[in-house]
Every structure is written in C-alpha cells, then in structure tokens.
Write a protein that binds this ligand. Structure first.
Ligand code: GTQ
Ligand code: FE2
Length: 324
C-alpha cells in the first residue's frame, strides 16, 4: 500500500464558504460555483487582436540580421509576427504563427523535420533558390506557395548570389497547446539532393495559380477566390483572393483565425476600429470573431491562411448569427 498523500480533510468542520474553499486546497480542487472567470461564456472572447506587419520593416530588419545572424548557428533567420497582446511572444493568432525568413546568396538553412505543419509564400525568390523537401529540390520563385507537412524534412538553399525572402506559416502554436511536439535536425545538415521537381505536389507555382484564380468565379462583387490543394494540411488551408481595384469586400465574423499576406497590390483593411494600409509583402492578422472590410486601391492578390478546416472538422466553425 502506498502512503496516503495527505491527511483526511474534515470538510464537515467548515462553517462558511471561505472555510470550505480553503480546505479544497488540501485536495487540489477548486470550486466551480464561485470561479472568478467563468469557464464557459456566450460567445468567443477576443483575446488575440487584429494586427498588421509591414514587409518594408521586416525586410530591412532581416537584411541587417544577415550581417549579424549566421545560419550555421541559428536554426532559421526569421522574424516572428507575435500578436501584440500581453504575455505572448510567439503566436500570430491562437493556432498559427507567421514569420518572415531570409537566406543570403550561396547560403543554406539546414534540414530538419518537426510535427508542426509548415507552408511558405515566397516574396523574393530566384531560379536557383530551393526548398529541399524529403530530398527533392523545389524551386522558390516569387509568389510560389510551398508545403512542408508534418514530418517532412526540409531545408532551404540559394545557389546564386540572390537573397531570398519569404513568409513561413506554421501550426506550431496549436502543437504547443496540444503538446505532440517533436523536432530533429537532419544528420547531413543540409539534406543532399540531386533532383529538381518544379511540379512537386508541395509547390503551388504562382505562374500556375494566378491565371486559374483570375478565371475562377466571383464570390462577391470584384472578389475571386481559389483554394489551393490538394494536398491539404489538416490544420490550416490556403485560399488566394483577387480583388479588382476599387473593390470593397465586407466579411462577416467567423470562428476561424486568419492571417493574410499581400502578394500584390495595395489597399486597406478596416477591423475593430483600426485601419491597416497594406502593400505587397505585408501581413495582417484577423483573429476569430472579428468582422472586417478589405478595400483594394490597386488590383490586389491576397493569400489567406486560416484554421477553418480544423474548426470545421471539430464542428466548431461558426459564422455570425448561426451559432446553433
Ligand atoms: O523554415 O523550417 O519561421 O522550422 C519557423 C520554424 C521557419 C523553417 C520558421 C521553421 C522554419
Ligand atoms: Fe522547419
């Protein structure tokens, strides 16, 4: 018999509620009847806030980091778009993180694999720039969208004098919450590869999806949309959107957490009383349960990444007014 972990607590001795609450500490329990913050509430709390990051700033900071941060010692030369709420140093929205990353000419970022799913959108690429996914070199040209799902080895490489800039999206904040995090570096540092595959299923080439987007049906006046996949990731999707210059697109609030990247164009997003004036390469986050309005001043191509497929799978995707 193992020893009792604590002496028997005499709850009958409690003469009032504070006394009973105090005794609960001895048995590692908390009352649910006078909890200071309710556990269940009528609708989603807006904990993460809408936010905007400029590529102009990120690019300048990464260019400077190119002098000061080596990929020999840094796993990645990246800048994290941490949502500006107290205590947060990582997640962009609850489930997802967005980060800007740079490699220098003739530089590589060593291969590794991890349980978080990842995706990139290339802002500045080159014909001799690659992500190596499970031994296959996949070209990184501007506008290309590249997948590195759960468990796939991936490393990055520039075989010319060109610097590369892109944005990474990972479901790492969700993995941190649920805790199945695994990560390991590749034994060869940069995984060897002698095969280039421009038609890898892990690549959505800009030259391919842009014309398809422009031919797809309008989902609202002046707005076209195209979901890219298969393959799909379990946790987040990718939808490219085209807005004609002058389009104003009002979006209802949903439970999905979204991160937008501006691939082309200029415009403004109005959300939660704020205005984000965006240009190519910028990112903005619209956490769940915010209505927002996107206005394109030039023709605009946006990439929208969101946890909508995960919420749908769990039956927790909701649009304003349809909770039940
Ligand atoms: O390029 O593999 O921004 O593993 C964060 C984690 C990029 C990457 C990030 C990563 C990567
Ligand atoms: Fe990675």
């Amino acid at each position: 018999m193992s020893q009792a972990e604590h002496a028997e607590v005499d709850f009958d001795s409690a003469q009032d509620l504070p006394a009973l609450h105090a005794l609960l500490e001895h048995v590692q329990m908390k009352n649910g009847w006078a909890k200071p913050t309710p556990s269940l509430y009528p609708q989603p709390k807006q904990t993460f806030v809408p936010a905007h990051w400029r590529y102009r700033d990120a690019r300048a900071a990464l260019h400077a980091a190119g002098r000061l941060v080596g990929t020999e010692w840094a796993e990645r030369r990246n800048l994290i778009m941490a949502n500006p709420i107290p205590g947060n140093d990582y997640a962009t929205v609850r489930t997802l993180v967005g980060a800007y990353q740079m490699i220098k000419g003739y530089e590589s970022a060593r291969s590794h694999r991890h349980t978080p799913n990842a995706m990139r959108v290339v802002l500045e690429g080159a014909p001799n720039m690659y992500t190596i996914v499970d031994g296959v070199k996949i070209p990184m040209l501007a506008g290309d969208i590249l997948l590195t799902p759960n468990g796939c080895y991936h490393g990055h490489l520039s075989e010319s004098d060109q610097e590369g800039y892109w944005i990474d999206f990972l479901d790492a904040p969700l993995v941190q919450h649920l805790n199945p995090m695994f990560f390991e570096v590749h034994p060869d540092e940069l995984e060897k590869s002698h095969r280039v595959d421009a038609h890898s299923p892990m690549r959505f080439a800009y030259a391919d999806y842009r014309p398809r987007l422009l031919e797809s049906a309008e989902i609202a006046s002046g707005v076209r949309s195209l979901e890219l996949g298969p393959p799909s990731l379990v946790t987040f999707d990718r939808v490219v959107l085209h807005l004609f210059a002058g389009t104003q697109w009002q979006c209802v609030r949903t439970t999905a957490n979204r991160i937008f990247t501006v691939v082309e164009g200029k415009g403004v997003t109005r959300v939660a009383g704020r205005e984000f004036h965006w240009a190519a390469g910028d990112m903005f986050a619209v956490p769940g349960w915010n209505e927002y309005r996107i206005e394109a001043s030039d023709d605009a191509l946006l990439l929208r990444v969101s946890d909508e497929p995960l919420l749908r799978m769990l039956d927790w995707y909701r649009v304003d007014g349809t909770a039940w």
